[in-house]
Each structure stands twice: as structure tokens, then as C-alpha cells.
Design a protein around this ligand. Structure first.
Ligand code: HEM
Length: 253
């Protein structure tokens, strides 16, 4: 079944010079912690990376305080203890909720034109855009669906259940999206931000999507810098080789 249209969002981390917006990552962390973490986990993310430059860049004492809200099982103590920055975020609390560490890179938002994926060159893969569209994609179930159909209707989610009564005779779908097992988690004004930033549904969804892009690709900025250095280096090398070539052949031409 096809998902709905995924909207393009201009994230700060896109493009060759893009950078994560530290304040946005801190807001996204707050949304994740207060809303998503009751079901989802981030088992591949070490808590200490919250202090990383280029990431949320929290002060060390805040990272320690953040860690202490989680309990982890310590094999040496053979008991539970409060988490420390060296520990990872907990895994999913709800079995059916997938771990979100890498989700922003598992899903693509842009597939076109004609499935070529060519738009991804310009817009990026669209993982964070997919998450924004998913979180803002809950609508009243269409009339074709039985009232007791399990799940919540979401226009961006492609992999869920789909009632036969919403299919045409040839099996094609009458409405976009499908029914997801995650009830709408965000409505807007779910959290208040310390910097007084807009907490409407769309902004909050963007902030948590940006945070999940950082968990999936924390070294994005270092990778872009290395790429840029490479381009500059190769450009210089080309110029030098061109001049050397001219010089070597000058007596013969
Ligand atoms: C699935 C994000 C809150 C339960 C997902 C998926 C994402 C996501 C990206 C994967 C969708 C896909 O497979 O393409 C979030 C975010 C949240 C949040 C960013 C906070 C803003 C919650 C909460 C719960 C929950 C609070 C539980 C009450 C689930 C479940 C699934 C899921 C059960 C699997 C859905 C299915 O496969 O049908 N979530 N989630 N989520 N989430 Fe959440």
C-alpha cells in the first residue's frame, strides 16, 4: 500500500554546509523524553553523547542529572542502579514499539519521481520528513472503514492494516496511508520549552524528528566537514596537475 505525500521540511542540517541546531536538538530531546520514551527506546545511543559538540551539547552536570532518571541493571552489582553518562538510553518499554535510535535512517520520505529516488539528491532521503509527516498525519478514519477497525488512521504510514472495505475492486486503495498501532502521540502544547519556543504540533514534530536524525547520524557534521575538505583538496590538486602538465609538455608543443 502506498503512504501519503511526505512534505519537505527545510531542516538546518541539510545541504553541504548544514549543521544540527543545538537548541532544536535540546527541544527534541525534551519531547522524546516526556512523550516518546514511555514506549520507545534509544538502545544504541550512549547518554554521554548528549554533551557532544555538534549534538545537543548539554553541560556535563545536566547529562549526569539526565542519566540518573533511568535505572539500569548492573551485572557487577547484580542489582539495579541509576544510569550514568557511560550507559546507553534504555530500550523500548513497550515490546511492540520499535527502537528509534536509527529510525530516521531506516525510513525514506522521498521515492520519486517514478521510484527513481532522484528527488533525494536535492531534498535528502527524507527520513526526518517522514517522521514529521507521520506525527502530523493522524486524521479521522475515512467513512469506508468499519468503526472497530484496529489502530489509528494515519495518512503517512504505509505498513499497517487496511480494511477491505476501503479497497477498490482491483485492490487499489481508496484512501492514502493505513492504520497504525501507535495512538496519536503529539497534539501540540504537549511540552513547554525553556526558550519559550513555539510548541505547536508541527514545530514539536520537527524538533523530535531533528533529534532522531541526530541519534541516527550523530557524526553528520564531521562527515560533511571531511567531505568539504576533500573537495577543496581535490580542486587544488587538479589545478596543480594542470599547471604541471602544461610545464612538462611546453618544450614539445
Ligand atoms: C511506531 C515515533 C510515541 C507506540 C513508531 C514509528 C515511529 C514512531 C517513527 C515507526 C513508524 C514506522 O514503522 O514507519 C514516535 C515518536 C513519538 C512516539 C517520535 C513521540 C513523539 C509513542 C508512544 C507510544 C508509541 C507514546 C505508546 C503509547 C508505538 C508503536 C509503534 C510505533 C506501538 C508500532 C506501530 C505499528 O507498527 O503499527 N513510533 N512514537 N509511540 N510507536 Fe511511536
Amino acid at each position: 500500500g502506498g503512504g501519503g505525500h511526505v512534505e519537505d521540511v527545510d531542516f538546518s542540517f541539510e545541504g553541504p554546509f548544514g549543521k544540527f541546531d543545538q537548541n532544536q536538538l535540546q527541544r527534541g530531546l525534551k519531547v522524546y523524553t516526556m512523550v516518546c520514551a514511555s514506549c520507545h527506546g534509544l538502545q544504541y545511543v550512549p547518554i554521554r553523547t548528549l554533551a557532544d559538540e555538534g549534538g545537543p551539547h548539554l553541560p556535563a552536570d545536566q547529562v549526569r542529572a539526565y542519566a540518573e532518571q533511568f535505572e539500569v541493571f548492573d551485572k557487577e552489582l547484580d542489582d539495579f542502579r541509576p544510569a550514568k553518562p557511560v550507559d546507553h538510553f534504555p530500550g523500548s518499554a513497550l515490546d511492540t514499539a520499535p527502537d528509534l535510535s536509527l529510525m530516521a535512517k531506516k525510513r525514506a520520505g522521498f521515492h520519486g519521481p517514478l521510484g527513481s529516488g532522484f528527488n533525494q539528491l536535492v531534498k535528502g532521503m527524507g527520513g526526518p520528513e517522514y517522521i514529521v509527516t507521520l506525527l502530523t498525519g493522524y486524521h479521522e478514519a475515512p467513512e469506508c472503514a468499519p468503526e472497530d477497525f484496529p489502530g489509528s488512521y494515519n495518512v503517512a504510514f504505509a505498513a499497517g492494516g487496511y480494511p477491505d472495505s476501503c479497497k477498490n475492486e482491483d485492490g487499489s486503495h481508496m484512501v492514502p496511508g493505513s492504520w497504525i498501532a501507535m495512538a496519536q502521540p503529539l497534539y501540540g502544547e504537549d511540552v513547554d520549552f525553556d526558550d519559550g519556543h513555539d510548541n505547536s504540533l508541527h514545530h514539536t514534530a520537527e524538533d523530535v524528528a531533528a533529534f532522531l536524525m541526530w541519534t541516527a547520524e550523530p557524526k553528520l557534521m564531521a562527515r560533511k566537514n571531511a567531505g568539504l575538505t576533500g573537495v577543496i583538496f581535490l580542486t587544488l590538486l587538479s589545478v596543480l596537475l594542470y599547471l604541471t602538465n602544461k610545464r612538462i609538455w611546453a618544450p614539445i608543443k
